[in-house]
Design a protein around this ligand. Structure first.
Ligand code: SF4
Length: 221
């Protein structure tokens, strides 16, 4: 594929403005795909979602959240029992260890409640910026940053919004060109589009509402 011309910041801002307008229209119901009824459940679901599909996490949490309702419940069982309960999400040993570590800290330091600042959330085992942004944005409606997952990385690159590869740098690039009011929703729109149309293996450019402004459209190459 020919190398795409790098846009300046103002051009990226204006391209993103067009993109969000079109995606907002295409996915009016875009929302967090991880089922949850509280900030605590969302934290657990997000830890489980590493290297796993949201669909699989939702299957697992349907039972998990009936068995474990609060941080204390996760501390009552042996790590091996929790590992069995989350086994199918992959990396289950590490995830079980992190969940129990996070629950212990929530009990010891935060009165069993989920804190609502980036600084505090990052103290919890298994919680990096992405997980903290998911929880702050979707459970507390706090725009702390832009969630960057694989869909968001791929689409931002394809759409010429970033030339960077790492989630941290891509987050910085997207935050610089996205109005703060859209920080929470932008990832939901991009993820919805990545799932429905701009598939990693076979993007459906012929039906894509972004086709005219997308530098990676297969119809142009
Ligand atoms: S035009 Fe093609 S490559 Fe560009 S966003 Fe749409 S589906 Fe993806």
């Amino acid at each position: 594929m020919p190398k795409k011309t790098e846009l300046n910041l103002d051009d990226k801002k204006s391209r993103l403005q067009q993109i969000t307008k079109l995606l907002k229209k295409a996915y009016p119901d875009a929302h967090c795909a991880l089922n949850h009824t509280s900030a605590f459940e969302l934290l657990i679901a997000t830890i489980l979602s590493a290297q796993c599909t949201d669909e699989r996490v939702n299957i697992v949490t349907a039972n998990l959240f009936r068995k474990y309702r609060k941080p204390e419940d996760y501390m009552k069982v042996a790590q091996t029992e929790l590992e069995k309960d989350i086994h199918s999400t992959g990396f289950f040993r590490n995830k079980a260890k992190n969940i129990q570590g996070a629950c212990q800290l929530l009990i010891d330091k935060f009165n069993g409640e989920i804190p609502n600042t980036m600084e505090e959330l990052l103290q919890l085992p298994g919680v990096a910026r992405k997980t903290a942004n998911v929880v702050l944005g979707n459970a507390f409606n706090i725009a702390s940053g832009v969630v960057v997952d694989t869909h968001v990385s791929r689409l931002s690159q394809k759409l010429g919004l970033t030339e960077n590869e790492t989630p941290e740098k891509i987050e910085q690039d997207l935050s610089a060109i996205t109005p703060k009011k859209d920080w929470i929703m932008l990832p939901h729109w991009l993820i919805s589009h990545g799932r429905a149309v701009c598939n990693a293996r076979k993007p459906k450019c012929e039906i894509c509402p972004l086709e005219k402004i997308c530098p990676s459209s297969l119809l142009k190459n």
